[in-house]
Design a protein around this ligand. Structure first.
Ligand code: SF4
Length: 444
């Protein structure tokens, strides 16, 4: 992710060279990778987030989720618009969620941009570049992640009515990708060296309800786990209400499905969950987490919460705080509520002051840091299968099956007398741990 961008003037801009810049979530990364494969197949030279910017064309894939993300997208557009004015780039195109949501305003406010496109506008974007959309390439991608793992989008859009969320405004209704196409995509990724798939969607557990008229995530997992070469399959963005318990049976049965579940729960007060239109209260949420943990005892659960939602009282917050303390989630992230126009909650008063939102978010993360530290101490002496992603300073850095890239814990192994190949698995005995990192040594 590029935040402070310096565009270095190189001698000449390379004709037909495109620099793709991705902001936002893993679904945007997936979309950028699909776009890059299409561009490459149309004989464009393509780079992702090049720092040495000799590209004639820049395409910015934006995020329009909440305030901070929107601001970062706008800042990035303006930086490239300025670069264009200085002749450092020829064409600037903008796509993705911010563009989908605010196209008319953006066209007026940043006229330097050559064109704005929506989230389902790839064919039109390619046409603008005098390129064709190649249907035979569906599912093909140019990975921007390390070649041994890939985000794997199984559906687009969302049918849920969550009051605070603008995503359905930008991504539309839920559309599942047919199972046979997904299996083909997975086989293609394995041929290119991928070992780990991060399954993503707006609502993973809704998979199949549109095209198969039933929840089909478990069936999809069965099929994907049979793709030879896939070592780890990880589940992101599950939804609590109507959670398909048969997914856990497949998780238990198949060794290559990680005992890991990312399930955003959003709040710990039933009163607030009702206002959020989440279709589940705190009691049922706690019961669901208990059932998941008793079904897959070693499972690592990641969740995401929102603090400062309209009307959130000190009592509501305390209820959530106590629930987080009781639940001891393995991984947890917090957002401060963002008052998004055209969402259901926008009709409510955004009455929690920003500093109180921030203070509540800090208190939850402080609590979680302590929980994470204690849970990590329990891992000392254990040996885990670790997939190594990168080298940083004097360490090889990898993850266990309980950790997703970018957001979760990491395992650090000193380089000095150890040889590890990136993209390979190795058994590591944990020798020490802190809040979010584990330190270990290779077990021969
Ligand atoms: S499930 Fe709710 S929070 Fe998630 S994308 Fe859909 S509407 Fe938004």
């Amino acid at each position: 992710m590029i935040t402070y961008l310096c565009i270095m003037k190189t001698k000449t801009l390379k004709k037909n060279k495109v620099n793709v810049v991705t902001l936002g979530c893993s679904k945007n990364i997936f979309d950028s990778e699909v776009m890059m494969a299409q561009l490459k197949a149309n004989k464009f030279e393509v780079e992702h987030e090049s720092m040495v910017d000799d590209s004639e064309i820049v395409i910015i894939n934006t995020c329009g989720f909440i305030d901070n993300a929107k601001q970062e997208s706008i800042d990035t557009i303006i930086r490239y618009a300025d670069a264009k004015a200085e002749g450092l780039v020829e064409k600037v195109y903008v796509t993705g969620c911010l563009s989908e949501r605010y196209k008319d305003d953006l066209e007026k406010e940043i006229p330097e941009v050559d064109a704005f496109f929506g989230t389902r506008d790839l064919p039109r974007l390619l046409k603008t570049l005098k390129a064709d959309y190649k249907h035979e390439l569906v599912g093909e991608r140019l990975l921007t992640t390390p070649s041994h793992f890939a985000y794997f989008k199984i559906a687009e859009g969302c049918d849920r009515p969550c009051s605070f969320c603008a995503i359905p405004l930008m991504r539309g209704k839920h559309v599942s990708t047919p199972m046979e196409d997904l299996v083909q995509q997975a086989k293609g990724l394995v041929r290119n060296g991928v070992k780990e798939l991060m399954l993503i969607a707006q609502d993973l557990t809704y998979y199949g309800l549109d095209i198969y008229k039933k929840r089909a995530l478990a069936e999809l997992l069965e099929k994907l786990s049979e793709v030879e070469g896939i070592e780890w399959i990880r589940l992101h963005y599950a939804y609590p209400s109507g959670f398909p318990m048969d997914v856990l049976d497949v998780m238990k049965e198949k060794n290559n499905i990680c005992n890991y579940l990312d399930i955003p729960l959003q709040h710990g007060s039933s009163r607030i969950l009702k206002s959020m239109r989440r279709g589940i209260d705190r009691e049922k949420t706690e019961k669901l987490i208990e059932e998941i943990r008793s079904s897959v005892p070693s499972i690592a659960i990641r969740t995401t919460l929102i603090v400062g939602y309209p009307g959130e009282t000190d009592e509501d917050f305390q209820e959530m705080y106590d629930w987080v303390q009781r639940s001891r989630f393995d991984r947890l992230g917090v957002f401060t509520y963002s008052h998004e126009e055209n969402t259901h909650a926008h009709s409510l008063e955004d009455d929690v002051p920003e500093e109180v939102k921030k203070e509540r978010a800090d208190r939850i993360m402080e609590l979680q840091a302590g929980i994470s530290y204690e849970l990590n101490q329990e891992k000392i002496g254990n040996t885990y299968r670790v997939l190594f992603d990168r080298v940083e300073g004097e360490y090889f850095i990898g993850r266990t099956e309980f950790d997703s890239p970018e957001v979760d814990n990491e395992v650090l192994v000193k380089k000095n007398d150890t040889y590890l190949r990136l993209g390979d698995f190795a058994n590591i005995r944990i020798t020490s741990a802190d809040h979010y990192d584990l330190y270990g040594e290779l077990v021969d």
